[in-house]
Structure formats: C-alpha cells, structure tokens
Write a protein that binds this ligand. Structure first.
Ligand code: UD1
Ligand code: CA
Length: 458
C-alpha cells in the first residue's frame, strides 16, 4: 500500500477577510475551513498531514491537536512552491503527496481518491476545472495532442492564454521523490515575484512525466474563500447540498434555503422541518417527526412521531417517541423525555428524566430531577435544586401531581401518587398517595372595607 502524505497550505493571511483570526479558522457550517479539509482527508484513512502555517500559526496549531498532524511554519509567504518546500523535510521518502489548500474547504474524499489513482512513476495528477469565468486562476496550457504542458498564472498569461477556460484548482498529487527533485528548481522570475508551485507542471513535462488531469464533480469542491462574501456564498452552496440530500432521503423541508446543518443530521423518513431550523453537532431524527419554525437542535435525538413546536431549543437531550415539546421550550443538557411526554411553553429543563406520559406544560423550571410515569407538573412549578453551594435532586414517583405555582425544595422526594396542593412550598418528603399542603392557611376577614379615594390630595 502506498503511503500518502497530505500537505495542506494554510499560511496565508486572508487580507480580504479583515479579521484578526487566520483565514482558515473561519467557519463554514459550524466548522473551520481547515477542519473541513482535514475531515475529508481523514475519511480516506489514517495518514500523515502536514499543515503549513504562517499567519496566526499558534492559533491554528492549538485547534488541530492530533498525532497524525504535523505543523511546519512558513515565516514569510513567498509563494505556493515555497510553502510546499517548508513541508519537504517532513515527508516520508516513499510517499505520494497530495497538496491541498486550507481555504478550499469543500473538497470531497472521492475526488482526492480519483486524483491519487492517476499518480504513477511516470505520471502526476492535477485537479483542473473548466469555468465560464476563469478570471484570476492559473490557466491550463495543453499542446496539439491535448497533453498538459504547463500552467500559466493570470498575471503572467498572454492575451491568448487568458481565453483558456480550463483552470488550475491548486490541488495536485505526485511522489515525494519527484517533489524533492523539482521544487528546488523553481525560481521567482515572474510577474508577482513569487515561487509558483504551478511551475512544477512544466518541470514534470521536461522530465517526461505525464500530467494527468482529474475534474471535481462540482465547482463548489474547489472554490476558495478570500472574503466573507465568498464564505457566505459557499455556506449556502453547502447547505443547499445538505438540504437536497435530506429531501432525497424522505424529509420534507418547508424551504431548503432556510435550513442549516452545522454537523451531522441523520433522519428517517416522512419528517417535516419548517423554516429557520438549525441542527448542530450530531442530531438524529426518527420517522414522522414534525419540527416547527425557528428551532435549534444540538447533539440530540428525536424519536418517531415527536412534535417539536416553534422556537424550541433542545441541547444534548433525548426526546422519546410521540412526545410533544414547545412552542418556546428549552431542553438543556441531560434532559431525557420518555414516550408521549409533553413539555410546553416557557419550560426549562436540565438533567431530568421524564417518564412516559408525564407532562410539564407551562412556565416551569425542572432541573436535577427524576419523574416517573404520568406525572403532572402544574404551571409555574420550580424545582429549587441549588442551595447556593450544591445541587440536589428531586424525585417524583409515578402518577405524582404537583399543583400550580409550587416550589419543590431539593433534596426532596414525592412518592407514587403523591399530590401537592397548588401554591405549596414542599420541603419534606411526601408519602405515597398523600396530599401535601405547604402554604399559609387562608383567612377571610369579615366586614373589611375597601379603601376609598382621598379627595383632599387631588
Ligand atoms: C493559486 C495557483 C493558481 C490557482 C489558484 C486556485 C499558484 C502560483 N497559483 O493561485 O494557479 O488557479 O491557486 O485557487 O500556485 N499560500 C501559502 N503560502 C504562500 C502562498 C500561498 O500558504 O506563500 C496558501 C494560501 O494561504 C492559500 C493557497 O496557498 O491557501 C493559495 O494561495 P494564493 O495566493 O491564494 O494563490 P492564488 O494566487 O489564488
Ligand atoms: Ca486564492
């Protein structure tokens, strides 16, 4: 098996981003652009990655702490050939090297694989694409037989060469041996005074090595990001691809243009997702799930037939089959709802297990608690889980009924069938099937008179 080494160029400043952050750390679909490239490479198996850093090098390095990743610094950005030169000492002698750009985030593993397939002793692989508007890119020059002979940069091209529509994407693959032979021969005698990696192509041809082109499946794969506008455009392209895939697999989207996945969304069939929903991290959705508008679901799973109503936020939680959540509910980390459970508007939950058929329908905070089955939590109930220093648990047995506006001071246990009168402050355990009344007794005052308006201070 061939050893593959990936060299990822990430030294550029990204002046047009107007940012203190290195360009490759700007995020697309919730992950840095460089992370996208690294993920694509990792999908092809374990291999050495050499990231060439420059601007903001320490910031980049601290984000990619991985045994298979090595960083080399390019102190001055003298061109793409110079950048790859920095990586030479780190390459394995017998490796095939793939050069990728940290600011070209949507490259697909399958494309890299096809590029690798054309690399041999007498051939190198070059990823090219034909564009309607080739402006700014290096042009691919071919001879009368159609063989690639060189790449000429926009600023060095003749007016005839400028009409060529096939351009260099920057991605190429060749043996480390060849790279070591040819790189030192590249000079900076050109319009930009830079060491061009693209000069490698003519050197290969001189050495009788064929330059074989491979094309990506879509243009988005090789699109680079130089500005925040381009970043936003590529984000939309990416999200549209995600939306299409989801619809193809059986989920209806109210509007594929108002849908965002920032991570991995796995969904069954016959789901409906309304507009402006955001899915972050790893989210799993069963079948026949309805998600209302403006929901944000993060690292959670939603069971079959569940309904998530408008403006609900669900984070690191599990929603059981047929449960109904929202509108305006907030499930914080550690919330697990059983089947047929209900969490309604303006309810906040945290680290709570809610049994099958239990309901917290209105205006409540329930944290650090365990609810059995068919528990009913009245409007405005608060679990007082925090004594200012420590957190304590609230345990509610099956069939417990908590009246509205109650405060449950933890640690507290209400046993099976226990009933809390509305407006109670419960501080001691409630035995099974008992009624707890924890409020001041009502007094009615006979002959009381309403105050009357005082006319003197008019
Ligand atoms: C390069 C190619 C061009 C191709 C285009 C595709 C060369 C000479 N030209 O041009 O043929 O069509 O990409 O987008 O290679 N970088 C470094 N160190 C450097 C210089 C660049 O790390 O010293 C990195 C940049 O951060 C960037 C990438 O290399 O990620 C490309 O550099 P850039 O200056 O944008 O090259 P282009 O002029 O776009
Ligand atoms: Ca560029």
């Amino acid at each position: 098996m061939t050893t593959i080494n990936y060299v990822i160029l990430a030294a550029g400043k990204g002046t047009r981003m107007r940012s203190a952050k290195p360009k490759v750390l700007h995020r697309l679909a919730g992950r840095s652009m460089l992370q996208h490239v690294v993920t694509a490479v990792d999908a092809l198996g374990e291999s050495k990655k050499i990231i060439v850093t420059g601007h903001g090098a320490p910031l980049v390095e601290e984000q990619f702490d991985d045994v298979n990743t090595l960083f080399v610094q390019q102190k001055e950005q003298l061109g793409t050939a110079h950048a790859v030169q920095m990586a030479l000492p780190a390459l394995c002698d017998d490796a095939v090297v793939v050069v990728l750009y940290g600011d070209v985030p949507l490259i697909r593993p399958a494309t890299i694989k096809r590029l690798l397939q054309v690399v041999g002793d007498k051939s190198i692989g070059l990823l090219t694409i034909t564009l309607d508007d080739p402006q700014g890119y290096g042009r691919i020059v071919r001879n009368s037989t159609g063989a690639i002979t060189s790449i000429v940069e926009q600023k060095d091209a003749s007016s005839e060469q400028l009409t060529i529509n096939e351009v260099n994407t920057g991605v190429l693959a060749l043996s480390a041996k060849q790279l070591r032979q040819w790189l030192p021969k590249i000079d900076n005698n050109n319009a930009q005074g830079e060491y061009y990696l693209t000069d490698l192509i003519a050197l290969a041809v001189q050495a009788d090595v064929a330059v074989l082109s491979v094309n990506p499946e879509t243009a988005a794969e090789v699109e680079g990001v130089n500005s925040r506008l381009q970043l936003s455009q590529l984000e939309r392209t990416f999200q549209r691809q995600r939306a299409l895939r989801l619809m193809e697999s059986g989920t209806t989207l109210a509007d594929p243009a108002r849908f965002d996945v920032r991570g991995e969304l796995v969904a069954g069939t016959d789901n409906f997702i309304d507009i402006n929903c955001i899915f972050e991290g790893t989210v799993t959705i069963g079948n026949n799930v309805t998600i209302g508008p403006n929901c944000c679901i993060i690292n959670s799973s939603i069971g079959d037939g569940a309904q998530i109503k408008a403006n609900t936020i669900i984070e690191e939680s599990v929603v059981g089959d047929q449960s109904i959540v929202g509108p305006f509910a907030r499930l914080r980390p550690g919330t697990t709802l059983g089947c047929n459970a209900k969490v309604g508007n303006f309810v906040e939950t945290k680290k709570v297990i809610v049994g099958d058929g239990s309901k917290i329908n209105h205006l409540s905070y329930v944290g650090d608690a365990q609810l059995g089955e068919n528990v009913n939590i009245g409007a405005g109930t608060i679990t007082c889980n925090y004594d200012g220093v420590n957190k304590h648990k609230t345990l509610l047995g099956d069939g417990v009924f908590v009246g509205s506006n109650s405060t449950l001071v933890a640690p507290i246990q209400i046993n099976q069938g226990g009933f809390v009168a509305a407006g109670s402050t419960v501080t001691t355990a409630v035995p099974a099937d008992s009624l707890a009344v924890g409020r001041a007794k009502q007094r009615n005052i006979d002959g009381w008179r309403r105050p009357v308006k005082n006319n003197r201070d008019k």
